[in-house]
Design a protein around this ligand. Structure first.
Ligand code: NDP
Ligand code: A1CAB
Length: 276
């Protein structure tokens, strides 16, 4: 494992979707593959990481981890304590960066032996550099280590620090899971467009183009999403017919309840799987 000036030597515990998105971004930004080592027990995924990125991949924790300045936790929360036990002897002096939903800094510090913990919640648009990540640093993390966490995640898209760790459950519910909510809406719009006679490809192009345009207009506008929606909604027109149907079905209340359910689940994951 070589060091890069900003990141140092970085070990990933878990080499699945999220780890691949982060590593892919770093390599595209010019980091050398030699700066990374990945622990990934699934042989097929390990082979993919070696072939796609030219990485060193271990099938289990070992002394090769002891050179790491930064350890990135990217296993499922359910597997965290099982994955951490064999790593702990080698990683106690490193900065610990977690992308795991729910697992709290205190549990990561206890399992790793390092109180320097940055928790992050990325999302899958990270795969194309358009992710949105929330981050929280525990008290023992230095300004330089915060910058290291930012350097790790910057190639995946935009970053937002939160001061209170409990806010990460809200971040998880909003932006971590959030791409799925928009994909769900796109699915429904494609279904409707197809029922109305468009081809699936035409419906998909229209739904995706509209989602991208609406998000970009909202991001660039000083006006609230509510006002932007009202501007689309002509009196007695088509949008009014659609939004009235959504309101009658309680769609906004359902979305609000769904995001609350995701936040509750994030907290439960911490309670259930963050114990030693
Ligand atoms: N997917 C998403 O949208 C987001 C996910 N996250 C978080 O990222 C984390 C990873 O999720 P994701 O990448 O989707 O999951 P994946 O299942 O794709 O990746 C996890 C990887 O860890 C491997 N693994 C299992 N046990 C161990 C072990 N003991 N040591 C090392 N590696 C192990 C798994 O192998 P195997 O398959 O053999 O078990 C798997 O390849 C989760 O904690 C999740 O909460 C955060 C934000 C968004
Ligand atoms: O569904 C999950 O638990 C993970 C965390 C956020 C997105 N995917």
């Amino acid at each position: 494992m070589n060091a890069t000036p900003t990141l140092g030597r970085t070990a990933f515990i878990g080499g699945g979707n999220m780890a691949s998105a982060v590593i892919g971004g770093l390599l595209r930004a010019g980091a050398p593959a030699e700066a990374f080592v990945v622990v990934e027990p699934w042989a097929e995924q390990a082979a993919r990481l070696r072939q796609q990125f030219g990485l060193t991949v271990l099938d289990a924790a070992g002394p090769a981890l002891s050179g790491a300045d930064t350890v990135v936790w990217a296993v499922k929360p359910q597997l965290f304590t099982e994955a951490a036990a064999p790593c702990a002897p080698f990683i106690g002096s490193a900065l610990q960066i977690s992308v795991m939903a729910g697992i709290r800094s205190e549990a990561i510090a206890r399992a790793s032996g390092s109180a320097q913990v940055v928790r992050c919640m990325p999302n899958t648009p990270a795969l194309i550099g358009q992710g949105m990540t929330g981050l929280h640093a525990s008290a023992a993390v230095s300004a330089a280590q915060r910058q290291r966490a930012e350097a790790l995640l910057a190639p995946t898209g935009r970053l937002l620090w939160v001061d209170a760790e409990r806010d990460l459950d809200a971040v998880t519910a909003l932006s971590g899971s959030g791409p799925a909510y928009f994909f769900y809406l796109i699915e429904a719009m494609v279904q409707a467009g197809t029922e109305l006679g468009l081809s699936p490809a035409q419906a998909r192009t229209l739904a995706e183009g509209t989602a991208a345009g609406a998000a970009a207009l909202s991001a660039q506008s000083e006006d609230s999403p509510e006002l932007l929606r009202q501007r689309v909604t002509s009196k007695g027109g088509t949008t009014h017919a659609a939004i009235s149907t959504m309101e009658a079905a309680g769609m906004k209340a359902t979305v609000v309840a769904a995001v609350h359910a995701a936040a509750r689940r994030a907290a439960e994951l911490g309670d259930e799987f963050g114990r030693a």
